[in-house]
Design a protein around this ligand. Structure first.
Ligand SMILES: O=C(O)CCC(=O)C(=O)O
Length: 278
């Protein structure tokens, strides 16, 4: 059965604040299946890329382009999620999958992410229309202040794209503009339970702190695009970003026998690739 559709009020809130949280979008059974698969997934760990923060703490991420019939692909392609994305994104061309990633912040060692806008990276891929791109974070574990949950600056997507430059191994937004934004805009800690979903605009400023707790903080982030928004320098992603998603029913997630990622089918971002182009 499809989940409750987004209301016009929720879409309005997304455009006002740059993000929208839907609690319990995935039920406990779905969240548990995702967690159990992810932590045991050999393809995820084999393809994980280490990214150090400025203090040397290390996060891992595994990134792939093609959403398959594995549990992550079924989630990314699930009807209610794609319908919600379709309702939010500007334009009316088909919804496509740009890429997905599993963010793995292990206890005590998982590093911070600098302030950035996703479109600060994607602009380099020469996508022209930031309102036609968004990220959807699905909490696989609980995310809170202690284990380095995502932080966002409410309304910062309205600033448009701001300059990004290297900050250690990561690419970060101009600190000057971040500081200015924080004079009038609210800093929000996005605390989530497993199964909760955060939709956020490609120009929303966000970051996260290191995980100093003794609990992991894992999440999956799927990034969506409209077929009309061509990434002229997006050779890495096997044109998945302009290939309409093959939607699956919501219950496929629980009903189908699924496994982890397929080494051949997923089209992983290579380990030696520059994560700054993710
Ligand atoms: O998972 C996190 O803590 C940050 C992830 C993030 O900012 C991103 O992938 O753009």
């Amino acid at each position: 059965m499809a989940k409750q559709a987004l209301t016009a009020e929720q879409v309005k809130q997304y455009y006002q604040e740059g993000y929208l949280i839907l609690k319990g979008f995935f039920n406990p059974g779905e969240a548990a299946k995702l967690y159990d698969t992810a932590i045991a997934d050999a393809a995820v760990s084999k393809n994980a890329i280490n990214v150090n923060d400025s203090t040397g703490k290390r996060s891992k991420l595994s990134l792939w382009y093609k959403p398959g019939n594995d549990i992550y692909g079924l989630l990314t392609r699930s009807e209610s999620l794609v319908t919600a994305v379709d309702k939010i994104l500007d334009g009316d061309a088909a919804v496509c999958h740009f890429h997905s990633k599993l963010m793995q912040k292990e206890p005590k060692v998982g590093g911070a992410w600098e302030w950035h806008q996703d479109y600060g990276y994607w602009y380099k891929n020469e996508f022209l229309l930031p309102d036609q791109m968004m990220s959807v974070m699905v909490a696989i574990t609980e995310a809170n202040k202690e284990n380095g949950c995502l932080q966002v600056i409410k309304g910062s997507h309205k600033m448009g794209r701001i300059e990004h430059g290297f900050s250690g191994e990561q690419v970060g937004a101009s600190q000057h503009y971040v500081d200015l934004s924080l004079q009038t805009m609210d800093l929000i800690y996005v605390e989530l339970d497993a199964g909760d979903v955060l939709f956020f605009h490609s120009n929303l400023l966000h970051r996260s702190e290191a995980n100093l707790s003794d609990r992991p903080r894992w999440s999956m982030i799927s990034c969506y695009n409209r077929a009309s928004n061509i990434g002229y320098n997006d050779s890495a992603s096997s044109s998945s970003s302009i290939t309409p998603i093959e939607v699956v029913p919501d219950d496929a997630l629980l009903l189908r026998e699924t496994a982890g990622l397929s080494e051949d089918g997923a089209d992983f971002l290579a380990k030696e690739a520059d994560v700054a182009l993710k």
